[in-house]
Design a binder for this molecule. Sequence first.
Ligand code: HEC
Length: 301
Amino acid sequence: MFKVLLASTALAASTFITFPQAGTAKSLLDGHSKSLMDAPAIHVTFTVQRLPAAAIEYTIHFSKDKLARIESPSAIFVSDGSSIWEHDKSDNTFIQSDFEATKLKNRTLDSDVLVWAPFFTADAFKEARNITLGAKRSIRGIATQEVTFSLPSDKSITLYIDTKTGIARGGLVKTQSGEVLVIANEFEVAAEPAAAESFKFVPPAGATKLEKPKEKPVVWADVAPIFNARCTSCHGTSGGLTLTSREVALRSRSIVPGSPDRSLLISSIKWTGGPRMPQNGSKLSEEQIDLIEKWIAQGAN
Ligand code: HEC
């Protein structure tokens, strides 16, 4: 069924070329982000479909500044602004950790809830490129306008923006690991932020609290596949930076074990200094950059 949807998108998109409306796609995207930034709270029930798997039901409750509850059939994520809980329903275990803004932000940047990420992360779509208008389509009875764009992290996103409220009712998020289709059944913007107490996590009967899982150290074997896929076509021969084995890689001065900030390799893949790498290629994903940064920070073992 979804294939049909995509085909009709392409057809309808071409009809727009006859009526170019400069800036409209960008202003719709900016309007979506701004409406979410300005919203005191949102409540959404929606379906998430990791294509070609079946759709599963989600709910989210977001409230300014840092209250969140994301519930799917398999997991619950809750932030009450001082703690964050992550409950795994499959084995009824949960982890409690101190609130960290980046943790909340990172959770909302996952593909399943990314459409509404600007609620907490004003610049979630700031680096959007190739912003274009697509078809007009009805999403569960709501008239929407498609806006498609790509992010430097190699994600391509189509939002279905409600033409009345200016906020997306869903979207299609494409990444290297697949496509996720998100469609709201109900979408509500609340007039007031919610009370923090309503965001306390109450462990279900019999739930086991786990101590914070120790993060697995990042080693060469974790980063080598990224270098092989994206770098060794040029950095594969001896002479200069060589990324085919840990031993030769560490001969380069662009890797300073323990100091990602002093490592040219890091600034080159973050595009913050030195040559932009991969040369003439798309930027690595945020997850890949994070992993390489951790590898160097932990000693490049
Ligand atoms: C298409 C070829 C190509 C690819 C792919 C590529 N690079 Fe490069 N890289 C170059 C060239 C050419 C230079 C030297 C030119 C320059 O400094 O601008 C360079 C320079 C660098 C430097 C500076 C090295 C030094 O000693 O001055 C770093 C660090 C680097 N690359 C990292 C990477 C990483 C990490 C990747 C993969 C994510 C990558 N590159 C992918 C071609 C490439």
